[in-house]
Ligand binder design. Structure first.
Ligand code: IMP
Length: 197
């Protein structure tokens, strides 16, 4: 794990909250190029439909699709949790459904990170009922340690350690998504953010 030797003159720079970088911007972009190449090869002549769940996947999906060289379409879902209990079971509410019908389509479901796998499993079940020709998962980050459901992940960018990380779409309380790398937050930030006002 590298130390954060990023410097900034501005106190408000997000990078100052980062303790260390786990995966650099260059490593992420290099891996995405490889994934894009594989997907372009696997889906030749299939006009795949890429589906992402807002908001975490935004950065990965945008970079991935620019590395895919075949014709494709893209659509989004947005979900929200009913309650903590429902969330623990992976049950989510669709707050934005797809605009494009998926029956008979070859779907590439794109995720930022798969952790327990509960949310992904729930969404995949929903999508499979709509009878796509095929559906495969592409996740940039895989956190296997907490996996509760075995799910086939066709394309995986990186395995992540069993730590809470931020950046490249992943947030802590809606912040840090716009960092171009994956990093660990300083413990002082976590304490500051979780202690009462
Ligand atoms: P799960 O696979 O159902 O447990 O849920 C995965 C979701 O948990 C992801 O889409 C992220 O929103 C969130 N998540 C998991 N690990 C992290 C992390 O290290 N940082 C930020 N969000 C995370």
């Amino acid at each position: 794990m590298r130390q954060n030797n990023l410097t900034s003159s501005k106190d408000s720079d997000l990078k100052l909250d980062i303790d260390s970088i786990v995966i650099s911007e260059a490593e992420i972009q290099e891996r995405i190029k490889e994934l894009g190449k594989r997907i372009s090869f696997d889906y030749q002549g299939k006009n795949p439909l890429f589906i992402g769940v807002l908001k975490g996947v935004l950065f990965f999906l945008a970079d991935l699709l620019r590395c895919v060289t075949i014709p494709l379409e893209v659509d989004f879902l947005a979900v929200s949790s009913y309650s903590a209990e429902a969330r623990n079971k992976g049950v989510v509410r669709l707050v934005k459904d797809l605009d494009i019908p998926i029956d008979g389509r070859h779907v590439v479901f794109v995720e930022d990170v798969v952790d327990t796998g509960l949310t992904l499993n729930y969404i995949l079940q929903n999508l499979k009922m709509r009878q796509p020709a095929s559906i495969k998962v592409c996740t940039l980050f895989d956190k296997r340690k907490h996996r509760l459901i075995t799910l086939p992940l066709e394309y995986v960018g990186f395995e992540l350690p069993d730590r809470f990380v931020v950046g490249y779409g992943l947030d802590f309380r809606e912040k840090y998504r716009n960092l171009p790398f994956i990093g660990l937050l300083k413990s002082s930030v976590l304490t500051r953010e979780t202690s009462p006002e």
